[in-house]
Design a protein around this ligand. Sequence first.
Ligand code: NI
Length: 194
Amino acid sequence: MGNPILYRVANEVADPADPEIARLANDMKDTLLHVGGSGIAAPQVFESLRLVVYRISSRLISDTAEDANPWVVLVNPVLAPTGDTMASGWERCLSIPGLHGKVPRHQALRMSYQNLDGETVTLDAEGALATLLQHECDHLDGILYPMRMTDLAKLEFNAEPGHLAQDIVDGQKVWPVLQGLVDAWPGRGQYFDD
Ligand code: NI
């Protein structure tokens, strides 16, 4: 956060089938595997291009899901919300290490993008996937998640997840990767008996 490339509107990919784009997508996948994230956009690796790589990993959706979901490469993705429903959930970002924040997002959307063969694909998404896609595609327009937040009190250190713990006490479902922050928190005794 703070590097100017993260605040730029990224360039369209002229030729999705260019082998250099596939090479870059593969590098981004390696980066994600290394840091354990779910999605990454090209500006985060200092390439101002409209390119995203993601995978719905087990850490994101459940404690037991197989890590069998395929990697998806989005070239020149375009999102449009379907319906007016917004929901706030906790997010993290590789470009903002050590923090998490609660961000309002559209609950459902339709996305079209090109794959690495240059074919146009349309996808409907909701819930966690819709949130992930909005987060990653925001990177292509120079937007980081704190810029979407409406309550900055809900931006906090991973090492001090007090508001996140309160949400869990209140019965909100959070992704396992976020639950893990609370499980590891020495201050959790203020919120939980066990
Ligand atoms: Ni991010």
